[in-house]
Design a protein around this ligand. Structure first.
Ligand code: ARG
Length: 457
């Protein structure tokens, strides 16, 4: 029996049992965190005199050498040793001899794997925060160039009221700001040390959990060993925060896909972020935006998977928990990729200002302006709404827009109309005047830009 846990066994597992049981094919992703955790653990074993100084030094040297090899991709792992923890232990013993077997004193794979995952997510959440920030900066830069670029704002995907393009782009900056808040707040729960909880109940060795936590730069230790080895809330939280981030990215992608269609022509994707069709030579497809929209599905799926794995699990560690990893790794890879692509796509996006402005001049998105105009002259808003509704109907009948109505037609609809109505109908005026706090008026949008910059830069 060559298993590291083989003492109790008379027979070796079936080959396919080994394969079914093993996680090394995916948890090798944790190699650096695993060695990092072991280095801190052995340092603590030395400081507490649980193992001899020379033994500890030899184990640390061995681990350092494995870490170097891991960074150069020079380690080879085997299904025979199940997972990253046992593979590293085996490689250590091969490297420095039987003293390597002392590394596992006073710990278990249960607290070890939890520690690896905390370290892994801490590193990636910090990176994700930087990536979200870069995307925000790309949006802010575009917004700065387009405060006075006007396009139709929609509700129900029907033209509603004209808005500033910067205002539209900044809406996503605020969504991303909330995503950043959520990820950064979650670090409070990620940066907690499970190591030293051992299998489930702690250990009889006089370990120093505070020291291990300090060496690994954790803020605190789990106060309950059962909770420490079975908690995966921090991963659920990560998947949930990632899902919401993907909701935001996919909503934006949907708009970009619409906007670059022949029907809208509001934007053009750069060639470097588009692809062609193998059969239709004229096509330029927004594949990157479609992929980001599509990839939201797998991230939501990973969230539901883990919730389902955890539901009804008794304390403490259960092997079901090994199912927490692939979804987490895939989510990290997916959202990091999506954020990078999205940032490049926004930076290189060409805005078709003329087309946007042309569309606000050829629609009824200034109808609210007209109702407000009458209301400001004293007509109850409900009545004004009805008068304007009838004028819109008249225009549709005649195939014209509100600005094309004659003064006589206005007067006939209501005596309160005057020559100044034409200025009110100008979409540029309509946007410029919406200066209620948080509105699309140019001076409000400029204030908003300043606020965003002060928080993000
Ligand atoms: N590969 C395992 C996992 O990912 C490590 C912990 C195994 N612990 C155990 N007692 N079998 O969950």
């Amino acid at each position: 029996m060559n298993k590291l846990w083989g003492g109790r066994f008379q027979k070796t597992p079936e080959k396919w049992v080994d394969e079914f049981n093993a996680s090394i094919s995916f948890d090798k992703e944790l190699v650096e965190e695993d060695i990092q955790g072991s280095l801190a653990h052995v340092e603590m074993l030395k400081a507490t005199n649980i193992i001899e100084e020379e033994e500890a030094d030899s184990i640390q040297k061995g681990l350092q050498s494995l870490l170097e090899k891991a960074k150069n991709n020079e380690l080879s792992f085997s299904v025979k040793y199940e997972d990253i923890h046992l593979n590293i232990e085996k490689l250590l013993i091969d490297e420095i001899g039987p003293v390597g077997g002392k590394l596992h004193t006073g710990r278990s794979r249960n607290d070890q794997v939890a520690t690896d995952m905390h370290l892994y997510l801490r590193k990636h959440v910090q990176h994700i925060l930087e990536l979200i920030q870069s995307l925000q900066k790309a949006l802010i830069e575009k917004a700065e160039d387009h405060v006075e670029t006007i396009l139709p704002g929609y509700t129900h995907l029907q033209r509603a009221q004209p808005i500033s393009l910067a205002h539209h782009l900044l809406a996503y900056v605020w969504m991303l700001q909330r995503d950043k808040e959520r990820f950064s707040e979650s670090l409070k729960r990620i940066n907690v040390c499970p190591l030293g909880s051992a299998a489930l109940a702690g250990t009889t060795f006089p370990i120093d959990r505070q020291l291990t936590a300090k060496l690994l730069e954790f803020d605190r230790v789990y106060p309950n060993s059962l909770d420490a080895v079975s908690d995966r809330d921090f991963i659920v939280e990560f998947l949930s925060n990632s899902s919401l981030l993907m909701v935001h990215l996919s909503r934006f992608c949907e708009e970009l896909i619409l906007w670059c269609s022949q029907e809208f022509q509001f934007v053009e994707m750069d060639d470097t972020y588009s692809t062609g069709s193998s059969i239709m030579p004229q096509k330029k497809n927004p594949d990157m935006a479609e992929l980001i929209r599509g990839k939201s599905g797998r991230v939501f799926g990973h969230l539901i998977s883990l919730l389902t794995v955890l539901k009804g699990l008794p304390l403490a560690y259960n092997k079901d928990l090994q199912e927490d990893k692939e979804g987490m790794f895939d989510t990290v890879k997916t959202i990091e990729g999506c954020l990078e692509i999205m940032t490049g796509m926004i930076r290189t996006l060409k805005i078709n200002k003329e087309k946007m402005e042309q569309s606000v001049n050829e629609d009824f998105s200034n109808a609210t302006e007209l109702a407000d105009y009458l209301a400001k002259k004293g007509l109850p808003f409900r009545k004004a709404h009805e008068v304007v509704g009838k004028l819109v109907y008249l225009c549709i009948e005649k195939g014209i827009y509100l600005k094309d109505l004659s003064m006589a037609e206005f007067k006939e609809a209501n005596e309160l109309f005057d020559e100044d109505v034409y200025e009110v109908l100008n979409p540029y005026t309509a946007v410029n005047k919406r200066n209620s706090e948080g509105g699309t008026g140019f001076s409000e949008v400029k204030k908003q830009l300043q606020l965003a910059k002060s928080l993000i830069y």
